[in-house]
Design a binder for this molecule. Structure first.
Ligand code: ADQ
Length: 727
């Protein structure tokens, strides 16, 4: 355990405060609470969360706030409807089941999403009241996935971390969430996003790519001009609390009592919240199967099942209780004798020393969730073992399985397999049990909750919210635009179309200019001192269709063709050699055939392979392969190769947007040019580095441009401003 403390103020934000507020304030239990107890001792920890109660009346709210202030806790209050729709609805009826692959339980209501936004806003306000620049704000779990972005919008200088306590499911499952984009964008406000396992992180990255189109590195993702870091931080238990409890009188007495009660019996223990993700019905089926398979063990094996009530306001949880009670009744009815009842069911929380004594006494722990972010019970069981340890039977689908490799692993869906694991585990010799438990116990005690929290907070502290802005060029300034607003001199605007004047869209044919853009272009054209050029990779059909009616200069196919106002289309340069096209086209078509969703676009001076509609990961892989193949086959041809946003393009080197701009500059027709573009083909204009040209890149990425704007919407704003300017 690292004993180093963190000097910063830490603001911890979770759905619930670690206390229950009633007439008096009582501490509540749970993995997160115990994890942070160890941290609170060594730093300035503030906690923000919902009290779980609905306090509508202002005086009552004031009373609670004052009561909690002394403990460094700040309450969030929600009205009854928001609380229901946010907590029972959005968080626990939509998001929780989906995060655990339980799609059949997931329900969605539009009003739940609105409540989720409202509730997250309420948390954001509560944080804003407390947080100061440089504080570490640590947001927990699926209830608050929008909070990181909300916090960043309010204060860029906060260091915001987010930890997901549940699994992050495969994209195929997460895509089913109607709010999937909102949730991902919400999370990306965080400087650091943590998961229990590498698998969850991998799934998260896959959803970023497939849902938001964001490519990421294994530990970071750049988006909207910012970088978020990502990492794996498996949570641990509150080890000191267990170590201490095992030395208490209360524990010893309790253990002695259980030794008496269960004398001559093998005790198989299971402890969990009453939640469908924990797999209790299947576990009962396995117990039934075990009793069926092994008649001679019926009298000597006792199963203790402790399930804490949970989320009883959600219908599926009520159904689960009925199903569990029914199954236990059936099994006990079938297998009880006058002297023995196979299943002992406790449907409530038990005291800490009782829990520890049960863990110690149990010959095996049966931890068989269908899906679990981590599962602390497995680690707690291991921590409580002594000289004559038991065997941990553990689902391979619990996050804890990644670390507790000496557990008896089971597939929780395979009822017969779990039944036989119980049988096998109860037969393992003491030496073997010790050799299994010892290394796991060392690990669990060492890599505990404080270790987990410190690692996360250290990494969060190391992030730099300011450096997180990855824009290297200057944001476009009003001063740079001013000469174009002023009505003097001879000026030109060289404007790329896709991704610059209009947003990139999935279907290239659908990229029509909006009415506002057309109006702005007309106003610009109307100015005597200004010439407007649209320089695009598109061909004359597309440009004529959408912009042909305007008296501006259209430069098509990256500078291959041109149409001056009132004239027809002509070639920019009559000498261009295009004899290479057939060869390249054959290669491209082969890739189009073997990459579903991709297509070849043949332009006059270029050939493009588009994979925007393909599976993004497969498309990227095939693109790299294509580029490798092209490098070899086109090296002696008068062509250039470039990889753009979901495209690979081979184009004539004798033709480019930069060449076109150069020709106009050489003709000496303009004193000043504003060139704006978003992709690689626009870099040929930016690379001219002519004094008369002000260059502007749209969006992220390396560039030769001097200035940068974030989006086509911002470009349209700048142009509208120029159109109005100097009037
Ligand atoms: P949970 O789903 O609640 O947590 P878990 O990690 O097992 O699951 O933690 C439960 C905690 O409650 C344990 O500390 C356990 O001792 C305690 N507990 C359970 N039943 C009890 C009982 N009857 N009496 C007393 N105490 C009881 C979520 C995720 C997990 C993840 C944790 C922490 O679902 O996957 O491990 O958060 O990130």
């Amino acid at each position: 355990m690292r004993e180093r403390g963190i000097s910063k103020r830490i603001i911890n934000v979770s759905n619930r405060l670690p206390v229950q507020v009633g007439r008096t304030i009582t501490k509540s239990s749970g993995g997160l609470v115990s994890a942070l107890e160890g941290v609170a001792d060594r730093c300035d920890l503030h906690w923000i969360g919902w009290t779980g109660e609905v306090a509508e009346d202002a005086a009552e709210r004031r009373r609670v706030r004052e009561q909690l202030a002394g403990m460094n806790y700040a309450p969030v209050f929600l009205d009854a409807q928001t609380a229901d729709d946010y907590y029972l609805g959005f968080a626990n009826s939509s998001t929780w089941p989906l995060l655990h692959y339980m799609t059949m339980y997931a329900e969605f209501e539009d009003r739940w999403e609105r409540a989720y936004v409202r509730a997250n806003e309420a948390f954001a306000e509560a944080v804003a009241d407390v947080a100061r620049d440089g504080d570490l704000v640590w947001v927990h779990d699926y209830h608050l996935m929008l909070l990181p972005s909300m916090l960043k919008r309010r204060n860029q200088r906060l260091k915001v971390g987010f930890f997901l306590h549940t699994p992050f499911p495969s994209f195929e499952v997460f895509r089913g969430h109607p709010s999937r984009e909102l949730l991902l964008r919400g999370l990306l406000g965080a400087d650091l996003i943590g998961f229990h396992t590498f698998g969850y992180l991998r799934h998260f990255r896959s959803s970023l790519l497939r849902i938001l189109g964001l490519d990421s590195e294994v530990d970071s993702v750049v988006h909207d001009g910012y970088e978020s870091r990502m990492g794996v931080y498996p949570i641990g238990i509150n080890a000191p609390a267990f170590v201490k409890a095992l030395e208490t009188e209360a524990f010893a007495e309790q253990l002695a009592e259980y030794e008496g009660v269960y004398e001559g019996k093998r005790l198989v223990l299971s402890v969990e919240r009453m939640d469908y993700t924990k797999g209790i019905p299947r576990k009962l089926a396995a117990i039934e199967q075990f009793l069926e398979n092994h008649p001679d063990e019926r009298q000597t094996t006792t199963f203790v099942i402790i399930a804490v009530p949970s989320r009883e306001g959600v219908e599926q949880y009520q159904q689960l209780i009925e199903e569990v009670e029914h199954a236990i009744g059936r099994i006990n009815g079938a297998y009880s004798t006058m002297t023995h009842v196979p299943i002992h069911f406790v449907h409530r929380g038990v005291a800490f020393h009782e829990l520890c004594a049960l863990y110690r006494r149990a010959d095996a722990a049966l931890v068989t969730p269908l899906m679990d972010g981590m599962n602390l019970v497995a680690k707690e069981y291991v921590a409580c073992q002594g000289d004559d340890p038991g065997v941990l039977i553990l689902s391979e689908t619990a996050g804890a399985a990644q670390e507790l490799s000496n557990a008896w692993m089971v597939n929780p869906y395979h009822v017969q397999g779990v039944a036989e694991a119980i049988h096998g585990a109860l037969r393992v010799g003491r030496w073997q049990r010790r050799s299994w438990i010892a290394p796991m116990r060392d690990r669990v005690l060492e890599q505990d909750a404080a270790w987990w929290a410190n690692r996360f907070l250290d990494d969060l502290d190391r992030t730099d919210p300011v450096a997180r802005m990855v824009m290297t060029t200057k944001p476009l300034t009003p001063e740079a635009v001013e000469p174009f607003r002023a009505r003097a001199g001879r000026k030109a605007l060289f404007l790329d179309y896709d991704g610059t004047l209009t947003e990139l869209v999935r279907d290239p044919e659908a990229a029509a200019p909006g009415a506002a853009l057309l109006e702005t272009l007309e106003a610009l054209i109307g100015r005597e001192d200004l010439r407007v050029f649209v320089v695009s990779g598109r061909d004359h059909h597309f440009l004529d269709k959408h912009l042909g009616h305007l008296p501006l200069t259209l430069v098509g196919e990256h500078g291959y063709t041109v149409r001056e106002p009132g004239e027809g289309w002509r070639l920019f340069n009559e000498q261009v050699d295009l004899s290479w096209k057939d060869k390249v086209r054959d290669i491209f078509e082969l890739y189009a055939e073997t990459t579903p969703g991709s297509s070849v676009e043949v332009k006059t001076s270029a050939i493009v392979w588009h994979y925007r509609k393909s599976d993004p990961e497969f498309g990227k892989w095939k693109a790299a392969e294509l580029v490798g193949e092209l490098m070899e086959s086109i090296s002696n041809l008068p062509v250039g190769l470039h990889q753009g946003k979901m495209i690979v393009e081979v184009s004539s080197q004798q033709v480019s947007k930069g060449e076109a701009l150069r020709a106009y500059l050489q003709a000496g027709r303009f004193d000043r040019v504003l060139a704006i573009g978003d992709d690689q083909t626009d870099e040929t204009m930016f690379a001219l580095r002519a004094d008369a040209v002000v260059t502007v890149k749209v969006g992220l990425g390396d560039t030769n441009a001097e200035y940068r704007v974030g989006s086509p919407a911002q470009v349209r704003k700048v142009l509208a401003d120029i159109a109005r300017g100097g009037a």
